[in-house]
Design a protein around this ligand. Structure first.
Ligand SMILES: CSCC[C@H](NC=O)C(=O)O
Ligand SMILES: [Zn+2]
Ligand SMILES: [Zn+2]
Length: 411
């Protein structure tokens, strides 16, 4: 079998790491064999049974300095094979150079690019000043609570003395690389309505369906008001509050579907809510209580906050992108040294494990070196071009060597 960067990437893509039953053991064995071949220390940690985490280490010449950590998640979202042109875990390299696989962009590319970059740096005789760690964590796609959340809260993590983290970002459709300084915080919102049941033919006030549908209407209006801000160009998608319906549950089941001549006494709807770090969570809570699910309309609700919203010093979870963050110019210049350019730093529309590092006050950027690439994470036919993948390795050579050589004061 071939042993080239592309062949190694394809092998890593072939592990079926899709939820709800991600294979963690085999990709970890593979990564350990890669680490051994390159000469990196490897350690497996298991904060949750059957959800292992792999930590690789390249010791720096001054290990007392804060280290730099490169994170990626092992798991993937599911794929619907019938909707793909190649099977999602076959990792097919098409004649045009596109590598099709679930995880090609999200985020198995960076997992292997980190290793390839270190392999090349070592071959060139480079030695880091600061210790470099790579973490491969489970369960990011389902919130990271059994993965990164436990890891970053552990004694083992504290002992790494991490000063800066790079985690996954997103593809860029243009020539510039994207960098993310914050994530949005996800909330799950479930609203429930109750009301008098009645004959399907009757018109009466305060039925459960009427109450529920009124709420859906009010929430839809709010959604439109936020989307209008995006459509008018005033803000980016990730800078507003998104609220999207994800399920509706009501009706009285019958063997053929639903009973059609009864108005049900309860109904429920679920929403995915995302708050940018600038949003005031108390204001949204007030809005939910008073407008979206008011008791006066026989509504109840449940908000589940899926993760932190402020850091340990009660600051919003944001990493600064100006010179008051000493890592920012180092990172920016490393991209430029590799012949790249960064676009304006962004908030990520979705959510990653970076929030758990930011919560501990560690400066953390989201970055995946993919330019001129359609954004296909969680989509059918996710692919990454071989040339884009290989250029990404060079970008990380610059990034890893610059960050690990940074002599300045870090916090
Ligand atoms: C509840 S946190 C979920 C994290 C997940 N991350 C990637 O897609 C997301 O939905 O953004
Ligand atoms: Zn991801
Ligand atoms: Zn994802």
């Amino acid at each position: 079998q071939e042993d080239t960067p592309i062949a190694r990437f394809l092998r890593y893509l072939q592990f079926n790491t899709a939820h709800p039953n991600p294979n963690y053991a085999d990709p970890i064995s593979f990564l350990i064999s890669q680490a051994n071949a390159i000469g990196l220390q490897a350690r497996t940690l298991e904060f949750t049974l059957s959800k292992p985490l792999l930590l690789l280490t390249w010791p720096g010449s001054n290990p007392s300095l804060p280290s730099v950590l490169f994170n990626s998640h092992l798991d993937s979202v599911p794929a619907e094979p019938s909707k793909w042109i190649y099977p999602p875990f076959s990792a097919t390299l098409a004649p045009d150079g596109k590598i099709y696989a679930r995880g090609a962009q999200d985020d198995k590319c960076i997992a292997m690019q980190y290793l390839e970059a270190i392999r090349n740096l070592k071959a060139n005789g480079f030695t880091p000043l600061r210790t470099v760690h790579i973490s491969y964590v489970p369960d990011e796609e389902i919130g990271g609570f059994d993965g990164s959340a436990k890891f970053t809260g552990s004694k083992e993590f504290e002992d790494l003395n991490v000063g800066f983290v790079l985690d996954e970002g997103q593809a860029s459709t243009g020539d510039e690389f994207r960098v993310f300084y914050a994530d949005r915080t996800p909330w799950e919102l479930k609203i429930k309505a109750t009301g008098d049941p009645g004959h399907g033919s009757r018109l009466y006030d305060n039925g459960a369906m009427e109450n529920l549908m009124k709420s859906v209407e009010v929430i839809t209006k709010f959604r439109e008001s936020q989307f209008d801000i995006v459509k008018s160009g005033e803000a980016m998608n990730s800078e507003v509050i998104s609220v999207n319906p994800v399920y509706l549950k009501a009706g009285i089941p019958s063997p053929t579907g639903f009973v059609m001549n009864m108005q049900p006494s309860e109904g429920e709807a679920g929403f995915d809510l995302r708050l940018p770090p600038t949003a005031d969570p108390d204001l949204i809570k007030k809005r939910i209580a008073e407008e979206w699910a008011p008791a006066r309309r026989n509504m109840t609700y449940e908000v589940i906050e899926k993760g932190p919203i402020r850091d340990y010093l009660d600051r919003p979870l944001m990493t600064l992108t100006n010179d008051s963050n000493p890592w920012w110019p180092v990172f920016k210049q490393a991209i430029e040294a590799a012949g790249g350019k960064l676009s304006r730093p962004e908030i990520l529309a979705s959510t990653t494990d970076a929030r758990f590092m930011r919560q501990r006050g560690i400066p953390t950027f989201g970055f995946s070196p993919m330019t001129n690439t359609p954004i296909l994470l969680h989509d059918h036919n996710e692919f990454l071009k071989d040339t884009v993948y290989l250029r990404g390795i060079e970008v990380y050579e610059s990034v890893i060597s610059s960050l690990s050589s940074f002599k300045g004061e870090s916090y």
